[in-house]
Write a protein that binds this ligand. Sequence first.
Ligand SMILES: [Zn+2]
Length: 74
Amino acid sequence: MSYQGQVTYGTQVLQPIPVIAYQSTGNCPACGIGSLQSEMTCLGVFCCIIFFPLGLICLFLLQDQRCSHCGYAI
Ligand SMILES: [Zn+2]
């Protein structure tokens, strides 16, 4: 009847899961660790306001791809 004390042993299986998720996020060509995220530039926002609504096209075209880890920008 001492098996009930070993139920808590199963919680250790959950530990490797965050490690796998961390490794799958790296799509940066510079460091391979961070992920590239779209960032709106000041010029894009400026064009959006001046040439609205056609400026919305400029806003999306002028987006920067920036790494969240090393700051590498394409
Ligand atoms: Zn990077």
